[in-house]
Write a protein that binds this ligand. Structure first.
Ligand SMILES: [Zn+2]
Length: 292
């Protein structure tokens, strides 16, 4: 019994501090465990344009934007947070961080259906991240909100990029079905612990990784931990890849500091995984998939 485990954390951006990442992932890094950070190249702060997306996140603004920046109309390139870039580069050097491309501004760019503009956005995203993280592999793309057009997926597969998203987003083709399932996964307790039929696969030169969200502030922390343990144990038993997706900011209340119960549940989960002898801690880039 072996599980390949990838820890993915979304939404690192100009607004992220090394301290926040260390509070959540310091224990992993102490133990030599790599974390895949999905980094937003130039965080947009405008109101979300699409009404359905606003209703999906239950807010006019992306919840990852600190309140005082919301609606400022500016974009904030991660390159302007030099302290964060230096911190991440040092972790990349030590094999403790993999950087994935997480949109460009984390707005609705992944809903575009125009392939020329998609290629331009992808190139712009990669080159901005390349300028900040010169040695990062940048071989994986994580679509913001787990929502994307078919043309985006075709472009990424043509380019041989790896993709990490949720199974339902990838395989349910109609937007209505995807929305329904997204709501189910994020909005209902039962959905959180259901494992998809596959958690990783290969298509051509690309690897696909289907992540699972467990540690969400709207749920009871103990329940988050139980769901995560159950899913991890099932992946271990079935020798599946286990992609645990977090958003570091979920572990903090903007006005009241760290959410101690949720953090403690997350740390208990790391200890649970560390106690299992047959875990291969890996990254999207390094994870081997033998044809399935
Ligand atoms: Zn995101």
């Amino acid at each position: 019994m072996t599980a390949r485990v990838i820890i993915r954390d979304d939404d690192t951006s100009f607004f992220t501090t090394p301290e926040m990442l260390t509070v959540v992932y310091g224990r992993c890094w102490e133990s030599g465990i790599p974390v895949c950070l999905s980094v937003i190249p130039a965080r947009a702060t405008a109101r979300i344009e699409e009404p359905w997306l606003r209703s999906l996140v239950n807010s006019d603004y992306d919840p990852g934007i600190p309140e005082r920046y919301r609606g400022s109309g500016r974009s904030y390139p991660v390159s302007e947070n030099r302290e964060l870039c230096a911190f991440i580069n040092e972790k990349i050097y030590r094999g403790l961080v993999e950087v994935a491309v997480h949109g460009y501004g984390h707005a609705s760019e992944f809903l575009s259906t125009d392939k020329d503009s998609i290629k331009e956005v992808l190139e712009r995203s990669r080159s901005l991240l390349r300028s900040c993280f010169p040695t990062a592999s940048l071989s994986t793309v994580v679509p913001p909100y787990e929502c994307f057009s078919t043309q985006w997926i075709e472009t990424l597969l043509d380019a041989g990029q790896n993709i990490s998203t949720i199974y339902e987003s990838f395989y349910l083709r109609s937007r209505r079905d995807r929305l329904r399932s997204w709501r189910r996964l994020l909005g209902e307790r039962l959905g959180v612990n259901s494992l998809p039929p596959r958690t990783a696969e290969r298509i051509g030169d690309s690897k696909l990784f289907f992540g699972l969200n467990f540690f969400l502030p709207q749920y009871d922390a103990e329940e988050c931990l139980e769901n995560a343990v159950r899913a991890f144990d099932a992946c271990l038993r079935d020798e599946k890849v286990f992609v645990c997706t977090n958003h570091y900011y979920h572990f903090f209340d903007e006005h009241n500091g760290p959410r101690e119960e949720l953090l403690s549940a997350w740390h208990s989960f790391i200890e649970h995984m560390l106690r299992s002898n047959n875990v291969v801690w890996t990254t999207f880039e390094n994870c081997s998939l033998n044809g399935g």
